[in-house]
Design a protein around this ligand. Structure first.
Ligand SMILES: Nc1nc2c(ncn2[C@@H]2O[C@H](COP(=O)(O)OP(=O)(O)OP(=O)(O)O)[C@@H](O)[C@H]2O)c(=O)[nH]1
Length: 339
């Protein structure tokens, strides 16, 4: 893969007309996808896109999403992001250069105007004076047109700069969205897998690493009695409780379905348990109401399975915390069990 700045800029430039041609929505995710297509980094991606274009004459949104997920790694997105940053920097420096040129053009024009005025009052040799005035007028005209061109150029650069800046912030947003759970807004399973791997591999802190599984009790019954939508509401309010207690050392995730998990760092198990106890009580105290009737819904509770990291593989760590959760359910639910 060619990795030069000009190659990257070329790819960015080529991506947009293709997206327009094939009627692709200009979202940051699609832009990154088509940037990748043009740069040819993933031959299989190109094959699949080409086949979609042959079949549908476009790439349907659902397929674009699948291709984005399948082919665009965080590394690709970082590369795309850094290309956008580089281009933005280049534009900024060119803009500065043009700004300076513009200023010198204005200076130049002023000098010429002054000369012009001085020459106006000069009358010793009419022919020479006329000649000089003509030259100065011509120079002055040229300087003005140079100034206009530079102004236009600067406007174009400003527009490009703005476009790249908003593209970068949108890309950041789309990356953020890719790491969050759509229903609860918590970190999603993908983020959990990444964070767990990272923490297990780099855990040398004086604090210990803990994993807790949190599972809502008798949730199936709640769904059955009040409907799936009310069930979703329960997931959201429980997620809110977890978020309320989250901080730099305690990150909460939706693991899947009605199951959540927390990656924490504490001095010891006692600290970890007292932290979880606060969350358990907060969930127990939730007073859910039916929005329409105002009637109180059934109270809810959650069970907790906690494991301290013992240097094992992440899967084993998960397994132990899961086992602890299983025991919490067996022990009557609404409690914390340590592996
Ligand atoms: N409303 C809603 N329900 C979900 C979602 N994901 C999973 N569920 C439901 O969560 C329920 C989980 O039920 P079970 O695993 O049997 O466990 P439980 O009823 O919570 O009982 P215990 O865990 O044994 O206390 C199932 O009925 C799933 O349909 C979701 O996103 N929204």
């Amino acid at each position: 893969m060619k990795n030069t700045m000009s190659h990257s800029a070329e790819c960015l430039r080529k991506a947009v007309p293709l997206m327009v041609k094939y009627n692709i929505a200009v979202t940051p995710a699609n832009y990154a996808l088509w940037y990748s297509y043009v740069s040819g980094n993933h031959p299989n991606l190109n094959q699949k896109l080409d086949s979609a274009l042959r079949t549908y004459g476009t790439c349907p949104p659902a397929l674009s999403r699948d291709l984005f997920e399948e082919f665009l790694s965080d590394k690709d997105l970082e590369l795309f992001d850094s290309v956008a940053t580089e281009i933005s920097t280049v534009i900024a420096s060119v803009e500065k250069g043009v700004g300076q040129t513009l200023n010198s053009a204005i200076d130049f024009s002023e000098v010429l105007n002054t000369c012009n005025q001085e020459l106006d009052g000069f009358s010793s040799n009419e022919n020479t004076e006329k000649d000089i005035l003509e030259v100065v007028n011509k120079l002055s005209e040229e300087s003005k047109s140079m100034q206009q061109t530079a102004e236009r150029f600067q406007q174009q650069l400003r527009a490009a700069h703005k476009e790249i800046s908003s593209l970068r912030s949108e890309l950041k947003e789309s990356k953020k969205a890719a790491s969050k759970d759509g229903l609860t807004g918590l970190n999603n399973r993908k983020s959990f897998d990444e964070d767990l791997e990272l923490l297990c591999n780099s855990h040398h802190s004086i604090l210990k690493l803990y994993l807790t599984f949190v599972d809502i009790d008798h949730f199936k019954k709640f769904n059955d009695d009040f409907g799936h939508q009310k069930g979703d509401l329960v997931l959201k309010v429980v997620a809110d409780r977890l978020t309320k207690h989250a901080d730099q050392l305690n990150a909460a995730y939706r693991y899947g379905g009605e199951e959540f998990c927390i990656l924490s760092q504490f001095k010891d198990k006692r600290e970890a348990i007292s932290y979880l106890e606060k969350i358990r009580i907060d969930i127990e105290k939730l007073a859910l109401k039916d929005n329409k009737t105002g009637k109180a819904l059934r109270s809810i509770s959650a069970s907790f399975g906690l494991a301290e990291y013992e240097g094992e593989a992440p899967e084993m760590f998960i397994e132990r915390a899961d086992q602890a959760l299983y025991k919490a359910k067996e022990s009557g639910r609404n409690c914390i069990i340590v592996a």
